[in-house]
Design a protein around this ligand. Sequence first.
Ligand code: PMP
Ligand code: GLN
Length: 380
Amino acid sequence: HAQRLTGLGTTIFAEMSARAVATNSVNLGQGFPDRDGPDSLLEDAIAAIRAGVNQYPPGRGVPALRQAIADHQKRFYDLSYDPDTQVLVTTGATEAVAAALLAYVEPGDEVIALEPYYDSYAAGIAFAGGRRVPVTLRAPDFRLDLDELRAAVTPRTKVLLINSPHNPTGTVLTDDELRGIGAVAVEHDLVVITDEVYEHLAYDGRPHRPLASYDGMAERTVSISSAGKTFAVTGWKIGWVTGTPAVVTAVTTAKQFLTFTSGAPFQPAVAGALALGNEYYDSLRADLQSRRDLLCDGLEELGFGVHRPEGTYFVTTDIRPLGHTDGIDFCRMLPERTGVVAIPHQVFYDNTDQGRPLVRWAFCKQPELLREALTRLREL
Ligand code: PMP
Ligand code: GLN
């Protein structure tokens, strides 16, 4: 196979979910909810299929969804987008990230990504022929060091690839951090691709601030989100991009020849869900925050070093207090020993030492299942 596939192997999520099935384990590895999103959303998709919404929709997405995405950006962030020229529907955030990288990265260009990084970023950068340059969010607090970010920029830097709330650390970038990222991008004339799929999952009253809202950012930012997390339908793969007409046209050009278009009957359903009242978004967040606390409290009691996340649905733990040193070994042992699956951080790093003792657990599960996992982990 081609050089660009080297090192990609099988994703950790596929490997660990297969192990969960084979060992009948509680799967706190791959991040997917164990209850599907709102009934109205599910019913709307079924109705759309029955009504014959089953052929290729427009490449940029059905008008109702593009309008609903623009309305959502206005409602939550006071950002204005023209649904005809500034919104693109994609096959999940994964395609949006890949298409954005293909749209902006020339072979040999450097792409700065926050490490640990979501695994599809590495693949997307490789497919575009770019070079990944990590800036590490360091344990135990996983904050962004703006000096390290500045130091990572070279004349070859083309793109900053940002993710907040951040998978897997749970970091929600602060106003100062976001302003600092914006200043670096403006100073060096960089494109910023920002993955905000966990935008509605920031806890303890923390706001999610879109990078596109900062000074000088609107014209250089590819903003990405997805219905998967916000509406608990990770298998639907409906994501989107917002940006200037030039940004959206560039990403659309790449997207046209990756998938051309995205799941027809899901699009009107997601349009309806985006318009749900604040009580939906508030209860989603409150629910997940209480599950975060349930799992974090339990893991603390078991002796893990727990980093309580500010956002997302993942908690990161340090396994050294329990006498383990290597997260990959630990996660390979765990299903057989206890019937629980988790994800080692190491696979999300170039500087693997930084991630070696860290393990990620998903809490987007029913409280009973989280309690069952904690009970099983007493076998450790
Ligand atoms: N980015 C991040 C940070 C994620 O955690 C995920 C979900 N696993 C994705 C992108 C992919 O989103 P989608 O399923 O919409 O492609
Ligand atoms: N985003 C989810 C996670 O981080 C699932 C990723 C996947 O299966 N590709 O667990």
